[in-house]
Design a protein. Structure first.
Length: 183
């Protein structure tokens, strides 16, 4: 096996994806693990021994192929009921986390992020609020300009808008501070 890099391959399952997922589930393994096992079994005996030793290491343990110097990681296989596995996958996906990050946060009892959909909704609301603040700023500049020119009648629509400016600014600041607090 040349080098320490990971070899990757993308496989077009051509309609057998459900069968592959089911076979992996029955065996209690991931799809990638099932595919690696099938490939190893299709190789000749000398290559099979080399791949198995490389994949497991001489001590029978799976080595970390890409050790991260900043933090030590370990590969862990869990056996869960189908319901728990489904919940883990759905919950991690909803939060935008990998399975490992999700389980790691649960184990370490660290706060979980907001679900991705809520974060997107909060950002959209904040962006809309920022747009309203920009429009309010433009209105303030226009009002000040008209007042300098003593064009009171033309300034009246801006005055009406500015009567609610305080509440609008407070709503914006509340929304922004809530989003920032959640981050």
């Amino acid at each position: 096996m040349p080098g320490a890099s990971r070899d990757r391959v993308t496989v077009d399952l051509r309609g057998i994806g459900d069968a592959v997922r089911a076979a992996a589930a029955v065996r209690g393994m991931g799809i990638a693990q099932l595919v690696r096992r099938a490939l190893v079994m299709s190789l000749d005996l000398r290559a099979t021994a080399a791949v198995v030793l490389t994949e497991r290491g001489s001590d029978g343990q799976t080595p970390d192929p890409d050790p991260v110097p900043a933090r030590e990681t370990a590969k862990l296989t869990l056996r869960l009921t189908r319901a728990h596995a489904d919940a883990l996958m759905l919950n991690a996906g909803a939060l935008g986390l990998s399975y490992g990050d999700y389980v790691g946060r649960l184990v370490a009892n660290t706060p979980l992020p907001q679900p991705v959909a809520e974060r997107r909704a909060d950002r959209a609301a904040l962006l809309a609020s920022n747009d309203r603040m920009a429009a309010l700023s433009t209105d303030l500049v226009a009002l000040v300009t008209l007042l300098r020119q003593v064009k009171v009648e033309q300034a009246r629509p801006y005055r009406d808008r500015l009567e609610t400016a305080d509440a609008e600014i407070r709503r914006h600041l509340d929304r922004a501070s809530t989003l920032i607090d959640r981050l």
